[in-house]
Design a protein around this ligand. Structure first.
Ligand SMILES: *[C@@H]1O[C@H](CO)[C@@H](O)[C@H](O)[C@H]1NC(C)=O
Ligand SMILES: *[C@@H]1O[C@H](CO)[C@@H](O)[C@H](O)[C@H]1NC(C)=O
Ligand SMILES: *[C@@H]1O[C@H](CO)[C@@H](O)[C@H](O)[C@H]1NC(C)=O
Ligand SMILES: *[C@@H]1O[C@H](CO)[C@@H](O)[C@H](O)[C@H]1NC(C)=O
Ligand SMILES: *[C@@H]1O[C@H](CO)[C@@H](O)[C@H](O)[C@H]1NC(C)=O
Ligand SMILES: *[C@@H]1O[C@H](CO)[C@@H](O)[C@H](O)[C@H]1NC(C)=O
Length: 470
Protein backbone atom coordinates (compact mmCIF):
# COMPACT_ATOMS: atom_id res chain seq x y z
CA UNK A 1 0.00 0.00 0.00
CA UNK A 2 1.42 3.35 -1.00
CA UNK A 3 1.57 5.45 2.09
CA UNK A 4 1.79 9.01 0.81
CA UNK A 5 -1.60 9.68 2.41
CA UNK A 6 -0.98 7.50 5.41
CA UNK A 7 -4.67 7.68 6.05
CA UNK A 8 -5.50 4.13 6.93
CA UNK A 9 -5.32 4.72 10.66
CA UNK A 10 -8.02 7.33 10.79
CA UNK A 11 -9.37 10.54 9.46
CA UNK A 12 -6.76 12.88 8.07
CA UNK A 13 -6.61 16.63 7.91
CA UNK A 14 -4.30 18.60 5.73
CA UNK A 15 -1.17 19.82 7.43
CA UNK A 16 0.34 23.11 6.35
CA UNK A 17 3.99 23.97 6.91
CA UNK A 18 2.90 26.27 9.72
CA UNK A 19 1.85 23.22 11.73
CA UNK A 20 5.43 22.06 11.89
CA UNK A 21 6.36 24.77 14.30
CA UNK A 22 3.38 23.95 16.42
CA UNK A 23 4.26 20.28 16.43
CA UNK A 24 7.73 21.13 17.56
CA UNK A 25 6.30 23.12 20.44
CA UNK A 26 4.07 20.21 21.37
CA UNK A 27 7.03 17.88 21.31
CA UNK A 28 8.93 20.17 23.58
CA UNK A 29 6.02 20.19 25.95
CA UNK A 30 5.85 16.44 25.85
CA UNK A 31 9.39 16.46 27.12
CA UNK A 32 10.68 13.89 24.70
CA UNK A 33 13.91 15.57 23.83
CA UNK A 34 17.21 14.15 24.85
CA UNK A 35 20.82 13.79 23.63
CA UNK A 36 21.60 13.37 19.94
CA UNK A 37 19.00 11.51 17.99
CA UNK A 38 16.71 11.26 15.06
CA UNK A 39 13.40 9.92 13.83
CA UNK A 40 12.97 7.36 11.07
CA UNK A 41 9.70 6.83 9.29
CA UNK A 42 8.80 3.58 7.59
CA UNK A 43 6.02 4.58 5.22
CA UNK A 44 4.88 1.06 4.40
CA UNK A 45 4.38 0.26 8.05
CA UNK A 46 3.26 3.80 8.97
CA UNK A 47 5.65 3.38 11.88
CA UNK A 48 8.07 6.06 13.11
CA UNK A 49 10.93 5.49 15.55
CA UNK A 50 12.80 8.29 17.29
CA UNK A 51 16.09 7.49 19.02
CA UNK A 52 17.43 9.80 21.72
CA UNK A 53 15.67 12.79 20.24
CA UNK A 54 17.37 16.09 20.97
CA UNK A 55 16.63 19.75 20.55
CA UNK A 56 19.01 19.86 17.57
CA UNK A 57 17.37 16.94 15.83
CA UNK A 58 13.87 17.87 16.91
CA UNK A 59 12.74 18.89 13.43
CA UNK A 60 13.17 15.26 12.61
CA UNK A 61 9.91 14.42 14.38
CA UNK A 62 8.04 16.10 11.57
CA UNK A 63 8.74 12.96 9.62
CA UNK A 64 6.45 11.14 12.01
CA UNK A 65 3.36 13.11 10.96
CA UNK A 66 2.04 10.41 8.59
CA UNK A 67 2.71 7.62 11.10
CA UNK A 68 0.06 5.71 13.01
CA UNK A 69 2.63 4.34 15.43
CA UNK A 70 5.30 6.55 16.97
CA UNK A 71 8.04 5.07 19.09
CA UNK A 72 10.45 6.96 21.37
CA UNK A 73 13.52 4.94 22.30
CA UNK A 74 16.23 5.88 24.72
CA UNK A 75 16.97 8.85 26.89
CA UNK A 76 16.56 10.45 30.27
CA UNK A 77 13.62 12.73 30.82
CA UNK A 78 14.66 13.97 34.22
CA UNK A 79 15.56 17.45 33.15
CA UNK A 80 12.05 18.13 31.86
CA UNK A 81 10.43 17.78 35.26
CA UNK A 82 10.49 21.51 35.76
CA UNK A 83 9.03 22.32 32.37
CA UNK A 84 6.01 24.51 33.06
CA UNK A 85 2.87 22.95 31.71
CA UNK A 86 -0.26 24.95 31.37
CA UNK A 87 -3.33 24.01 29.41
CA UNK A 88 -2.43 24.18 25.71
CA UNK A 89 -3.98 26.99 23.70
CA UNK A 90 -6.77 26.21 21.22
CA UNK A 91 -4.53 26.03 18.14
CA UNK A 92 -2.33 23.42 19.76
CA UNK A 93 -5.37 21.51 20.91
CA UNK A 94 -6.68 21.50 17.35
CA UNK A 95 -3.30 20.32 16.09
CA UNK A 96 -3.07 17.52 18.65
CA UNK A 97 -6.57 16.54 17.72
CA UNK A 98 -5.71 16.12 14.07
CA UNK A 99 -2.58 14.02 14.60
CA UNK A 100 -2.80 10.63 12.93
CA UNK A 101 -0.94 8.76 15.61
CA UNK A 102 -2.97 6.02 17.31
CA UNK A 103 -0.25 4.22 19.23
CA UNK A 104 2.73 5.56 21.17
CA UNK A 105 5.57 3.43 22.50
CA UNK A 106 8.06 4.67 25.08
CA UNK A 107 11.10 2.43 25.46
CA UNK A 108 14.39 2.44 27.36
CA UNK A 109 13.67 5.64 29.22
CA UNK A 110 14.17 7.00 32.68
CA UNK A 111 10.79 8.61 33.38
CA UNK A 112 10.00 10.88 36.29
CA UNK A 113 6.49 9.85 37.24
CA UNK A 114 5.42 13.46 37.42
CA UNK A 115 6.10 13.72 33.70
CA UNK A 116 3.97 10.69 32.96
CA UNK A 117 0.98 12.43 34.46
CA UNK A 118 1.57 15.39 32.18
CA UNK A 119 2.05 13.28 29.07
CA UNK A 120 -1.23 11.56 29.86
CA UNK A 121 -2.93 14.91 30.13
CA UNK A 122 -1.66 15.80 26.69
CA UNK A 123 -2.92 12.55 25.27
CA UNK A 124 -6.42 13.60 26.22
CA UNK A 125 -6.31 16.00 23.25
CA UNK A 126 -5.20 13.32 20.77
CA UNK A 127 -6.73 10.18 19.34
CA UNK A 128 -4.07 7.87 20.78
CA UNK A 129 -5.76 4.58 21.65
CA UNK A 130 -2.78 2.52 22.65
CA UNK A 131 0.07 3.37 25.02
CA UNK A 132 3.03 1.03 25.53
CA UNK A 133 5.75 1.65 28.10
CA UNK A 134 8.61 -0.86 28.08
CA UNK A 135 12.03 -1.19 29.67
CA UNK A 136 11.49 2.01 31.61
CA UNK A 137 12.45 3.09 35.09
CA UNK A 138 9.95 5.32 36.86
CA UNK A 139 11.25 7.81 39.39
CA UNK A 140 9.57 9.69 42.19
CA UNK A 141 5.88 10.13 42.69
CA UNK A 142 3.58 11.78 40.21
CA UNK A 143 0.99 14.37 40.96
CA UNK A 144 -2.21 13.09 39.45
CA UNK A 145 -4.47 15.92 40.66
CA UNK A 146 -4.79 17.29 37.14
CA UNK A 147 -6.23 14.03 35.94
CA UNK A 148 -9.30 14.22 38.15
CA UNK A 149 -12.36 13.67 35.99
CA UNK A 150 -10.26 13.48 32.79
CA UNK A 151 -11.33 11.30 29.91
CA UNK A 152 -8.57 9.77 27.80
CA UNK A 153 -8.93 8.16 24.37
CA UNK A 154 -6.42 5.48 25.44
CA UNK A 155 -8.18 2.10 25.56
CA UNK A 156 -5.13 -0.11 25.81
CA UNK A 157 -2.29 0.42 28.27
CA UNK A 158 0.70 -1.82 28.63
CA UNK A 159 3.76 -1.82 30.82
CA UNK A 160 6.51 -4.31 30.18
CA UNK A 161 9.70 -4.61 32.23
CA UNK A 162 9.20 -1.44 34.22
CA UNK A 163 10.22 -0.75 37.78
CA UNK A 164 7.31 0.14 40.07
CA UNK A 165 4.21 0.48 37.95
CA UNK A 166 2.90 3.96 38.77
CA UNK A 167 -0.78 3.04 38.86
CA UNK A 168 -0.56 0.01 41.10
CA UNK A 169 -1.56 -0.02 44.72
CA UNK A 170 -2.12 3.66 45.28
CA UNK A 171 -5.67 4.30 46.26
CA UNK A 172 -5.45 8.08 45.93
CA UNK A 173 -3.82 8.18 42.49
CA UNK A 174 -6.24 5.56 41.31
CA UNK A 175 -9.24 7.57 42.38
CA UNK A 176 -7.90 10.58 40.46
CA UNK A 177 -7.61 8.45 37.35
CA UNK A 178 -10.79 6.53 37.84
CA UNK A 179 -12.79 8.22 35.08
CA UNK A 180 -10.25 7.14 32.52
CA UNK A 181 -9.34 3.77 34.03
CA UNK A 182 -13.04 2.96 34.21
CA UNK A 183 -13.14 2.96 30.41
CA UNK A 184 -9.84 1.15 29.76
CA UNK A 185 -10.31 -2.13 27.88
CA UNK A 186 -6.91 -3.80 27.85
CA UNK A 187 -4.23 -3.66 30.53
CA UNK A 188 -0.92 -5.48 30.50
CA UNK A 189 1.67 -5.34 33.26
CA UNK A 190 4.25 -7.94 32.38
CA UNK A 191 7.76 -8.77 33.49
CA UNK A 192 7.64 -6.16 36.23
CA UNK A 193 7.98 -8.09 39.53
CA UNK A 194 4.39 -7.37 40.59
CA UNK A 195 3.60 -9.27 43.81
CA UNK A 196 0.06 -8.11 44.53
CA UNK A 197 -2.99 -6.39 43.09
CA UNK A 198 -5.08 -4.82 45.85
CA UNK A 199 -8.84 -5.29 45.72
CA UNK A 200 -9.39 -1.56 45.13
CA UNK A 201 -7.38 -1.70 41.90
CA UNK A 202 -9.68 -4.22 40.30
CA UNK A 203 -12.77 -2.24 41.23
CA UNK A 204 -11.51 0.80 39.31
CA UNK A 205 -11.20 -1.17 36.06
CA UNK A 206 -14.92 -1.43 35.48
CA UNK A 207 -14.75 -2.00 31.70
CA UNK A 208 -11.52 -3.98 31.44
CA UNK A 209 -11.80 -6.95 29.06
CA UNK A 210 -8.26 -8.25 29.12
CA UNK A 211 -5.66 -8.33 31.87
CA UNK A 212 -2.20 -9.69 31.16
CA UNK A 213 -0.06 -10.18 34.28
CA UNK A 214 2.44 -12.62 32.75
CA UNK A 215 5.96 -12.97 34.12
CA UNK A 216 5.43 -11.40 37.51
CA UNK A 217 5.73 -12.73 41.06
CA UNK A 218 2.08 -13.21 41.98
CA UNK A 219 1.47 -15.94 44.55
CA UNK A 220 -1.70 -17.82 45.44
CA UNK A 221 -2.35 -15.58 48.43
CA UNK A 222 -2.31 -12.44 46.29
CA UNK A 223 -5.05 -13.71 43.97
CA UNK A 224 -7.97 -13.78 46.40
CA UNK A 225 -7.78 -10.03 47.14
CA UNK A 226 -6.95 -9.17 43.52
CA UNK A 227 -10.14 -10.80 42.24
CA UNK A 228 -12.34 -9.78 45.13
CA UNK A 229 -16.06 -9.09 44.85
CA UNK A 230 -16.62 -6.36 42.25
CA UNK A 231 -13.10 -6.42 40.84
CA UNK A 232 -12.72 -6.57 37.04
CA UNK A 233 -16.43 -7.29 36.54
CA UNK A 234 -16.18 -7.46 32.71
CA UNK A 235 -12.94 -9.43 32.44
CA UNK A 236 -12.86 -11.94 29.58
CA UNK A 237 -9.17 -12.69 29.18
CA UNK A 238 -6.77 -13.23 32.05
CA UNK A 239 -3.15 -14.28 31.76
CA UNK A 240 -1.24 -15.31 34.88
CA UNK A 241 1.44 -17.08 32.84
CA UNK A 242 4.78 -17.56 34.55
CA UNK A 243 4.07 -16.30 38.05
CA UNK A 244 4.63 -18.00 41.39
CA UNK A 245 1.28 -19.79 41.64
CA UNK A 246 1.47 -23.17 43.38
CA UNK A 247 -1.99 -24.61 44.01
CA UNK A 248 -4.47 -25.55 41.29
CA UNK A 249 -7.39 -25.43 43.70
CA UNK A 250 -6.46 -22.15 45.37
CA UNK A 251 -6.17 -20.48 41.99
CA UNK A 252 -9.53 -21.91 41.01
CA UNK A 253 -11.19 -20.64 44.18
CA UNK A 254 -9.68 -17.17 43.74
CA UNK A 255 -11.10 -16.74 40.25
CA UNK A 256 -14.64 -17.88 40.86
CA UNK A 257 -15.98 -14.31 41.02
CA UNK A 258 -15.14 -13.52 37.39
CA UNK A 259 -18.50 -14.14 35.76
CA UNK A 260 -17.50 -13.39 32.15
CA UNK A 261 -14.06 -15.00 32.01
CA UNK A 262 -13.58 -16.76 28.65
CA UNK A 263 -9.83 -17.21 28.30
CA UNK A 264 -7.52 -18.17 31.17
CA UNK A 265 -3.79 -18.71 30.83
CA UNK A 266 -2.08 -20.34 33.83
CA UNK A 267 0.80 -21.78 31.84
CA UNK A 268 4.33 -21.99 33.23
CA UNK A 269 3.37 -22.13 36.91
CA UNK A 270 4.23 -25.15 39.07
CA UNK A 271 0.74 -26.16 40.15
CA UNK A 272 0.28 -28.84 42.78
CA UNK A 273 -3.09 -30.48 42.80
CA UNK A 274 -4.93 -32.26 45.53
CA UNK A 275 -7.25 -34.60 43.61
CA UNK A 276 -9.57 -34.97 46.60
CA UNK A 277 -10.63 -31.33 46.66
CA UNK A 278 -12.61 -29.95 43.79
CA UNK A 279 -13.52 -26.52 42.52
CA UNK A 280 -15.64 -25.16 39.70
CA UNK A 281 -13.97 -22.83 37.19
CA UNK A 282 -16.15 -20.02 35.82
CA UNK A 283 -18.71 -21.70 33.56
CA UNK A 284 -18.09 -19.08 30.86
CA UNK A 285 -14.53 -20.36 30.27
CA UNK A 286 -13.80 -21.35 26.66
CA UNK A 287 -10.02 -21.31 26.36
CA UNK A 288 -7.92 -22.81 29.13
CA UNK A 289 -4.14 -22.92 29.03
CA UNK A 290 -2.54 -25.30 31.52
CA UNK A 291 0.60 -25.86 29.50
CA UNK A 292 3.78 -26.51 31.48
CA UNK A 293 2.14 -26.57 34.91
CA UNK A 294 3.65 -29.85 36.24
CA UNK A 295 0.26 -31.57 36.34
CA UNK A 296 0.21 -35.38 36.47
CA UNK A 297 -3.47 -35.76 35.64
CA UNK A 298 -6.37 -33.92 34.07
CA UNK A 299 -8.39 -32.54 36.96
CA UNK A 300 -12.14 -32.42 36.84
CA UNK A 301 -14.58 -30.82 36.71
CA UNK A 302 -13.62 -28.71 33.73
CA UNK A 303 -16.01 -26.04 32.45
CA UNK A 304 -18.58 -27.72 30.18
CA UNK A 305 -18.34 -25.16 27.37
CA UNK A 306 -14.58 -25.42 27.01
CA UNK A 307 -13.46 -25.16 23.37
CA UNK A 308 -9.68 -25.07 23.66
CA UNK A 309 -7.62 -26.97 26.23
CA UNK A 310 -3.84 -26.79 26.27
CA UNK A 311 -2.24 -29.35 28.60
CA UNK A 312 1.01 -29.73 26.70
CA UNK A 313 4.34 -30.05 28.55
CA UNK A 314 2.96 -31.81 31.63
CA UNK A 315 3.34 -35.32 33.07
CA UNK A 316 0.05 -36.86 31.95
CA UNK A 317 -0.06 -40.65 31.54
CA UNK A 318 -3.66 -40.86 30.43
CA UNK A 319 -6.39 -38.49 29.35
CA UNK A 320 -9.77 -39.89 30.10
CA UNK A 321 -12.29 -37.06 30.02
CA UNK A 322 -15.23 -36.10 27.83
CA UNK A 323 -15.91 -32.57 26.68
CA UNK A 324 -18.72 -32.10 24.24
CA UNK A 325 -17.76 -28.59 23.00
CA UNK A 326 -14.00 -29.10 22.76
CA UNK A 327 -12.55 -28.14 19.38
CA UNK A 328 -8.83 -28.03 20.03
CA UNK A 329 -6.85 -30.25 22.38
CA UNK A 330 -3.11 -29.85 22.91
CA UNK A 331 -1.33 -32.75 24.64
CA UNK A 332 2.21 -32.62 23.23
CA UNK A 333 5.15 -33.34 25.55
CA UNK A 334 3.47 -35.65 28.01
CA UNK A 335 3.86 -39.32 28.88
CA UNK A 336 0.77 -40.63 27.08
CA UNK A 337 0.94 -44.27 25.96
CA UNK A 338 -2.24 -44.06 23.93
CA UNK A 339 -4.11 -41.38 22.05
CA UNK A 340 -7.34 -40.28 23.75
CA UNK A 341 -10.54 -41.69 22.38
CA UNK A 342 -11.88 -39.15 19.94
CA UNK A 343 -15.43 -40.34 20.60
CA UNK A 344 -15.27 -38.30 23.80
CA UNK A 345 -14.88 -35.07 21.83
CA UNK A 346 -17.58 -34.88 19.15
CA UNK A 347 -16.58 -31.36 18.05
CA UNK A 348 -12.80 -31.86 17.98
CA UNK A 349 -10.91 -30.65 14.92
CA UNK A 350 -7.37 -30.13 16.28
CA UNK A 351 -5.38 -32.66 18.29
CA UNK A 352 -1.67 -32.39 19.05
CA UNK A 353 0.11 -35.41 20.53
CA UNK A 354 3.78 -34.86 19.69
CA UNK A 355 6.51 -36.12 21.99
CA UNK A 356 4.56 -38.76 23.89
CA UNK A 357 4.98 -42.53 24.20
CA UNK A 358 2.27 -43.49 21.76
CA UNK A 359 3.04 -46.61 19.71
CA UNK A 360 -0.07 -46.81 17.60
CA UNK A 361 -3.24 -44.88 16.77
CA UNK A 362 -6.17 -47.13 17.49
CA UNK A 363 -8.92 -45.04 15.97
CA UNK A 364 -11.46 -46.75 13.85
CA UNK A 365 -14.33 -44.27 14.02
CA UNK A 366 -13.85 -43.23 10.41
CA UNK A 367 -16.70 -40.73 10.51
CA UNK A 368 -15.09 -38.90 13.45
CA UNK A 369 -11.69 -38.98 11.81
CA UNK A 370 -13.06 -37.04 8.87
CA UNK A 371 -13.67 -34.10 11.17
CA UNK A 372 -10.10 -33.89 12.46
CA UNK A 373 -8.37 -31.28 10.36
CA UNK A 374 -5.11 -30.87 12.25
CA UNK A 375 -3.50 -33.86 13.94
CA UNK A 376 0.15 -34.06 14.93
CA UNK A 377 1.74 -37.14 16.50
CA UNK A 378 5.41 -36.47 15.71
CA UNK A 379 8.27 -37.82 17.83
CA UNK A 380 6.45 -40.84 19.22
CA UNK A 381 7.94 -44.39 19.36
CA UNK A 382 5.81 -45.90 16.61
CA UNK A 383 5.14 -49.58 16.14
CA UNK A 384 5.16 -49.85 12.36
CA UNK A 385 3.08 -52.97 12.14
CA UNK A 386 0.81 -53.01 9.15
CA UNK A 387 -2.12 -51.47 11.02
CA UNK A 388 0.05 -48.99 12.97
CA UNK A 389 1.81 -47.51 9.98
CA UNK A 390 -1.35 -47.85 7.91
CA UNK A 391 -3.42 -45.64 10.23
CA UNK A 392 -0.83 -42.86 10.09
CA UNK A 393 -0.37 -43.11 6.34
CA UNK A 394 -4.12 -42.93 5.88
CA UNK A 395 -4.32 -39.75 8.00
CA UNK A 396 -1.44 -38.25 6.01
CA UNK A 397 -3.05 -39.20 2.72
CA UNK A 398 -6.16 -37.25 3.68
CA UNK A 399 -3.94 -34.24 4.44
CA UNK A 400 -4.86 -34.30 8.14
CA UNK A 401 -1.36 -34.74 9.52
CA UNK A 402 0.22 -31.41 10.32
CA UNK A 403 3.76 -30.35 11.08
CA UNK A 404 6.55 -32.88 11.15
CA UNK A 405 5.22 -35.38 8.61
CA UNK A 406 7.04 -37.34 7.34
CA UNK A 407 10.51 -36.55 8.79
CA UNK A 408 9.76 -36.80 12.53
CA UNK A 409 7.51 -39.84 12.35
CA UNK A 410 9.91 -42.74 12.81
CA UNK A 411 9.45 -46.43 13.61
CA UNK A 412 10.88 -47.93 16.80
CA UNK A 413 9.49 -51.43 16.20
CA UNK A 414 9.30 -54.02 14.70
CA UNK A 415 13.09 -54.49 14.39
CA UNK A 416 12.79 -54.81 10.62
CA UNK A 417 11.62 -51.18 10.28
CA UNK A 418 13.51 -49.61 13.18
CA UNK A 419 14.78 -46.16 12.17
CA UNK A 420 12.59 -45.99 9.05
CA UNK A 421 10.14 -43.15 8.68
CA UNK A 422 6.55 -44.32 8.96
CA UNK A 423 5.99 -43.09 5.42
CA UNK A 424 8.58 -45.50 4.01
CA UNK A 425 6.97 -48.62 5.48
CA UNK A 426 5.37 -50.53 2.62
CA UNK A 427 1.76 -50.73 3.66
CA UNK A 428 -0.85 -51.01 1.02
CA UNK A 429 -4.19 -50.40 2.62
CA UNK A 430 -5.43 -53.47 0.79
CA UNK A 431 -2.84 -55.73 2.36
CA UNK A 432 -3.75 -54.67 5.87
CA UNK A 433 -7.37 -55.19 5.01
CA UNK A 434 -6.60 -58.60 3.59
CA UNK A 435 -5.03 -59.64 6.85
CA UNK A 436 -7.81 -58.14 8.89
CA UNK A 437 -10.85 -58.98 6.79
CA UNK A 438 -10.05 -61.67 4.25
CA UNK A 439 -8.47 -64.18 6.67
CA UNK A 440 -11.51 -64.44 8.98
CA UNK A 441 -13.75 -64.59 5.92
CA UNK A 442 -11.78 -67.56 4.51
CA UNK A 443 -12.01 -69.39 7.81
CA UNK A 444 -15.74 -68.77 7.98
CA UNK A 445 -16.25 -70.03 4.44
CA UNK A 446 -14.14 -73.08 5.11
CA UNK A 447 -16.16 -73.92 8.21
CA UNK A 448 -19.39 -73.42 6.32
CA UNK A 449 -18.11 -75.67 3.58
CA UNK A 450 -17.15 -78.43 6.00
CA UNK A 451 -20.49 -78.17 7.77
CA UNK A 452 -22.31 -78.33 4.45
CA UNK A 453 -20.48 -81.44 3.34
CA UNK A 454 -21.10 -83.13 6.69
CA UNK A 455 -24.81 -82.37 6.47
CA UNK A 456 -24.98 -83.74 2.97
CA UNK A 457 -23.20 -86.90 3.94
CA UNK A 458 -25.50 -87.47 6.89
CA UNK A 459 -28.77 -86.78 5.10
CA UNK A 460 -27.88 -88.88 2.06
CA UNK A 461 -25.68 -91.70 3.10
CA UNK A 462 -25.96 -93.18 -0.37
CA UNK A 463 -24.22 -90.29 -1.92
CA UNK A 464 -20.82 -91.28 -0.65
CA UNK A 465 -21.25 -94.76 -1.71
CA UNK A 466 -22.44 -93.58 -5.04
CA UNK A 467 -19.30 -91.48 -5.44
CA UNK A 468 -17.15 -94.41 -4.53
CA UNK A 469 -18.90 -96.42 -7.03
CA UNK A 470 -18.26 -93.86 -9.71
C1 LIG B 1 9.46 -0.95 6.34
O1 LIG B 1 8.87 -2.11 6.88
C2 LIG B 1 8.73 -3.16 5.95
C3 LIG B 1 7.91 -4.26 6.60
O2 LIG B 1 8.48 -4.65 7.81
C4 LIG B 1 10.10 -3.62 5.52
O3 LIG B 1 9.98 -4.68 4.61
C5 LIG B 1 10.83 -2.44 4.88
O4 LIG B 1 12.15 -2.83 4.58
C6 LIG B 1 10.87 -1.24 5.83
N1 LIG B 1 11.38 -0.09 5.11
C7 LIG B 1 12.36 0.66 5.58
C8 LIG B 1 12.75 1.83 4.73
O5 LIG B 1 12.92 0.41 6.64
C1 LIG C 1 14.49 -4.23 31.40
O1 LIG C 1 14.66 -2.84 31.46
C2 LIG C 1 15.94 -2.41 31.87
C3 LIG C 1 15.91 -0.90 31.89
O2 LIG C 1 14.90 -0.48 32.71
C4 LIG C 1 16.99 -2.92 30.90
O3 LIG C 1 18.26 -2.55 31.35
C5 LIG C 1 16.91 -4.42 30.79
O4 LIG C 1 17.79 -4.89 29.81
C6 LIG C 1 15.49 -4.83 30.43
N1 LIG C 1 15.38 -6.26 30.46
C7 LIG C 1 14.98 -6.95 29.40
C8 LIG C 1 14.91 -8.43 29.60
O5 LIG C 1 14.68 -6.44 28.35
C1 LIG D 1 9.05 -16.49 42.10
O1 LIG D 1 9.68 -17.57 41.45
C2 LIG D 1 10.94 -17.24 40.91
C3 LIG D 1 11.45 -18.43 40.14
O2 LIG D 1 10.69 -19.54 40.32
C4 LIG D 1 11.88 -16.87 42.05
O3 LIG D 1 13.15 -16.52 41.53
C5 LIG D 1 11.29 -15.70 42.80
O4 LIG D 1 12.09 -15.40 43.91
C6 LIG D 1 9.89 -15.99 43.25
N1 LIG D 1 9.33 -14.77 43.77
C7 LIG D 1 8.75 -14.70 44.95
C8 LIG D 1 8.21 -13.38 45.33
O5 LIG D 1 8.67 -15.67 45.67
C1 LIG E 1 -0.38 -21.71 26.07
O1 LIG E 1 0.70 -20.99 26.61
C2 LIG E 1 1.94 -21.23 25.97
C3 LIG E 1 2.97 -20.37 26.66
O2 LIG E 1 3.10 -20.70 27.98
C4 LIG E 1 1.86 -20.89 24.52
O3 LIG E 1 3.08 -21.22 23.87
C5 LIG E 1 0.72 -21.66 23.87
O4 LIG E 1 0.58 -21.27 22.53
C6 LIG E 1 -0.58 -21.40 24.61
N1 LIG E 1 -1.63 -22.26 24.06
C7 LIG E 1 -2.72 -21.78 23.44
C8 LIG E 1 -3.70 -22.78 22.95
O5 LIG E 1 -2.89 -20.61 23.27
C1 LIG F 1 9.95 -32.76 21.29
O1 LIG F 1 10.89 -32.68 22.36
C2 LIG F 1 12.16 -32.23 21.96
C3 LIG F 1 13.09 -32.31 23.14
O2 LIG F 1 12.46 -31.96 24.33
C4 LIG F 1 12.02 -30.80 21.42
O3 LIG F 1 13.25 -30.33 20.99
C5 LIG F 1 11.05 -30.79 20.26
O4 LIG F 1 10.82 -29.47 19.83
C6 LIG F 1 9.73 -31.41 20.66
N1 LIG F 1 8.91 -31.53 19.48
C7 LIG F 1 7.64 -31.20 19.45
C8 LIG F 1 6.96 -31.35 18.13
O5 LIG F 1 7.04 -30.80 20.44
C1 LIG G 1 3.53 -54.06 17.34
O1 LIG G 1 2.25 -54.36 16.82
C2 LIG G 1 2.05 -55.71 16.51
C3 LIG G 1 0.70 -55.85 15.82
O2 LIG G 1 -0.29 -55.17 16.51
C4 LIG G 1 2.16 -56.54 17.78
O3 LIG G 1 2.00 -57.93 17.47
C5 LIG G 1 3.53 -56.31 18.41
O4 LIG G 1 3.63 -56.99 19.62
C6 LIG G 1 3.76 -54.82 18.62
N1 LIG G 1 5.13 -54.63 19.06
C7 LIG G 1 5.44 -53.85 20.08
C8 LIG G 1 6.89 -53.74 20.40
O5 LIG G 1 4.58 -53.27 20.72
Amino acid sequence: MAAAGGSSCGTRKHFGVSWWVTVSVAVLLLGLLEAEGQCFLNRTKEHCVCYNLSQESMRSIIQCLPACVVEFQGGDLERYILLPISDPDPSIIEMLNSLLVRKIIFGDLLVPEILLARVLRFLSYTKVEELVIENCIFEGRGNWDEMIGQHLPVLSLSFHNVTSVPLMGRQRDLSHLSVWLGTLQDLAITGSHVTSLPCAVGRVFRALRSLDMAQNSLEDESLMPAFCEGAFPRLRLLSLRRNNLTSYHNVCKSLRLLPELQHLDLSQNKLLADPSSSCQWPASLQIFNLSDTSLVEVLTPLPPSLEVLDMSCNHLHTVDISLSSLRRLFLSQNALRAAPSIQNYPMLDTLHLDNNSITELLWDEVKLLERLRDVTVASNPFNCSCSGAGALQALAARGHLGQGWPQVYTCVSPPRYQGWTVQEVPVLALRCNRAAVIAPLCIALLLLGVAGVLCLVRSRPGLVRHCHRA
